[in-house]
Design a protein around this ligand. Sequence first.
Ligand code: GSH
Length: 233
Amino acid sequence: MTITVYELDGVDDVRFSPYCWRTLMALKHKGIDDFERVPVSFRDRSPIAFSGQERIPVLVDGDHWVNDSWNIACYLEDAYPDGPALFGSDIGRSQAQFVNAWTQRIQNPGLINIVLWDAFQAVDPADRDWWREDREKMFGRIEDYKENQSEKLTAWRRDLDPLRMTLGDQPFLGGQAPAYVDYLVFGTFLFARYVGRENVIEADDSLQDWLGRLLDMFDGFARQAPKAMTSER
Ligand SMILES: N[C@@H](CCC(=O)N[C@@H](CS)C(=O)NCC(=O)O)C(=O)O
């Protein structure tokens, strides 16, 4: 039976949600290619009303649905044990939960603080009024995020040092092969990429090698996805 993934839609079919990308990479990792991607707009979440909540991604597999990217990864690991492991062991799953929390509390919010204006440009024009009103309640005026990025960028890049240390000794966070921990962290870099801000990571940053390896996976699945062309930066 075909799996369906509901994911947030942006301008020109750009899909920039880091949480959705974790799920997409996890599906590919499991060797599941036969899935349908259903775009959901920011202003209208009625397609996922069946899940009783408004967050995306939501995955439907036959008559079973799961929301929350972490729960989805656990579901895929348990429901598809014959595919390559996402966690490797119970210990691996527990440690990945820490990385999940780190991305949610440190890596993602730090990036949003830098690219909020770019993200606004990547939102479908039909959703922009909704998005501005919603986000300005949380973050203040979106235009303010165009300026004064240099200090924020320096701090955010410095906080990535534990990744550089780890990846100096092994090709993936999962070790010799990628695992869900890689996709957790990679999803946030993909968010930057698809809102047109790949330059949050400098060209000579040692993380570029790891990013390149993940972008090449599954026949360049993530590399080929469309990026927003932001008009102002
Ligand atoms: N903990 C959830 C977070 C999901 C989440 O926040 N998704 C975002 C998309 S990146 C969302 O649905 N946002 C709705 C909104 O921005 O209004 C997960 O891991 O799936």
